[in-house]
Design a protein around this ligand. Structure first.
Ligand SMILES: [Zn+2]
Ligand SMILES: [Zn+2]
Length: 129
């Protein structure tokens, strides 16, 4: 199993998330099958299938494209991108910890390092101008 994918957090599912994922504010991710099953209904408030926290369907649960166009990302303000990068590093760390518990390895420190290096580089380059 590749280390480069997050896995569906639904109990005993572990589907690698390659294209799209459902993500909740409690940092849990789900495959399309479980996202559709649990989040595509008309309830305003839904329990997260991983931690049972009550979530608001409108503001706390999102279906996301895991491979957005690089052009899309290029247009976002760099300080925002870096903010997103550090948040992504945190989410990946958390997800890799879940994976590690399943003995599937970890890329946590790699992503943390990448995010902090990008922030440092950006700050360094902008101080000189
Ligand atoms: Zn699943
Ligand atoms: Zn949750």
């Amino acid at each position: 199993m590749s280390e480069e994918y997050m896995l569906c957090n639904f109990k005993n599912c572990y589907t690698p998330l390659t294209k799209t994922a459902w993500i909740t504010r409690c940092s849990h991710v789900f495959c399309d099958k479980h996202g559709i099953k649990y989040f595509c209904n008309h309830e305003a408030r839904i329990k997260c299938p991983a931690c049972n926290e009550i979530r608001n369907r409108e503001s706390d649960i999102f279906k996301i494209d895991l491979n957005p166009s690089d052009m899309l990302i290029s247009c976002v303000r760099p300080d925002k991108v870096l903010d997103y990068a550090s948040r992504a590093a945190k989410l990946w760390c958390y997800q890799m910890q879940i994976k590690r518990k399943l003995n599937m390895g970890s890329v946590c420190s790699k992503y943390e390092k990448m995010a902090s290096e990008a922030v440092l580089k950006y700050k360094h380059e902008n101080n000189g101008q």
